[in-house]
Design a protein around this ligand. Structure first.
Ligand code: F6R
Length: 279
């Protein structure tokens, strides 16, 4: 696992956008060779989406040959609902770029047969050739997508009942009304994300510091589902300084030193190459 530490959340999201652009360009997608991208919602990636939109508007990147698969969606709220993940993705990203809406995949939380919807989603991912780069975010309890503590680390896309803590935490998005918060969601499984050829996880803020510590310094545990990525061959976590607060000083230094060596060897992510890429 690689860990990149940036000064603050703005630096994290700017670097993340540049990395996504570089990966897409390097892949050189075309009509017979789509770049398949897994995407998260939430507060953390908002800056990344803003930077990607800016880069598109400045002619730095096209999403014409990109297919996307989102991580999750609530069950039983309308797609137009301000808190639906459909709405989030279109408002913050898709409606501003040149992606073909047919290449956008978001789980349908209003499907009549939810189980079938999840199975179809897995099938579509496989049919697209698998996910090249899965971008994720985590909660303070270490969840990735809606894979909350105790989720199977080999889980696939499925219907998930939300933990009471998540329902209470999400009430703030529903005018404080706990009853209005959806109690279930459709989510990709940990195993679904593990199948991606590369996983890129954005973690910012002190509230995620303990989860980052669990992900990096302790063993794999279904109680901290993000820790599963210790067993993925190509995972990179990008975090800000605040998110490192629970890590040992030795761990932070180790990863900083390791990254500076990696940067020197790897033109794609060198500080110089990243600086050259103006969004
Ligand atoms: C997003 C998702 C979640 C969030 C996580 C963090 O689709 O499935 O894993 O990434 O809950 O959310 P924020 O970024 O709002 O702290």
């Amino acid at each position: 696992m690689k860990l990149i530490i940036r000064d603050n959340s703005n630096d994290v999201t700017e670097w993340a956008a540049k990395y996504v652009i570089k990966r897409i360009k390097e892949y050189n997608p075309g009509p017979d060779n789509y770049f398949v991208l897994g995407l998260p919602t939430g507060g953390t990636p908002l800056g990344m989406y803003k930077n990607l939109v800016r880069a598109y508007k400045n002619g730095k990147i096209s999403f014409k040959y990109v297919k996307t698969f989102n991580m999750d969606e609530y069950v039983g709220i309308a797609e137009e609902h301000p808190e639906s993940y459909h709405r989030y993705m279109f408002d913050n990203f898709f409606k501003h770029i040149d992606i073909d809406p047919n290449n956008v995949h978001i789980l349908n939380g209003n499907a009549t047969d939810l189980k079938k919807e999840c199975e179809e989603y897995e099938r579509k991912i496989t049919e697209s050739g698998g996910i090249e780069l899965f971008i994720g975010g985590i909660g303070p309890d270490g969840h990735i997508a809606f894979n909350e503590p105790g989720s199977s680390l080999v889980s696939r896309t499925r219907v998930k009942t939300l933990a009471q803590d998540t329902i209470l935490a999400n009430a703030r998005f529903f005018d404080g009304n706990v009853d209005a918060v959806p109690k279930q969601a459709l989510t990709v499984g940990v195993g679904t994300v593990m199948d991606a050829r590369e996983v890129f996880i954005l973690i910012t803020g002190a509230s995620k510091a303990y989860a980052l510590y669990k992900a990096l310094e302790e063993g794999v545990s279904h109680m901290w589902t993000v820790s599963a990525f210790q067993q993925h061959g190509n995972t990179m976590i990008i975090c800000d300084e605040d998110a490192t607060l629970e890590l040992r000083v030795r761990t932070v230094k180790y990863f900083k030193d390791m990254w500076s060596v990696h940067e020197k060897l790897n033109e794609l992510v060198s500080e110089q190459a990243m600086r050259k890429l103006v969004l």
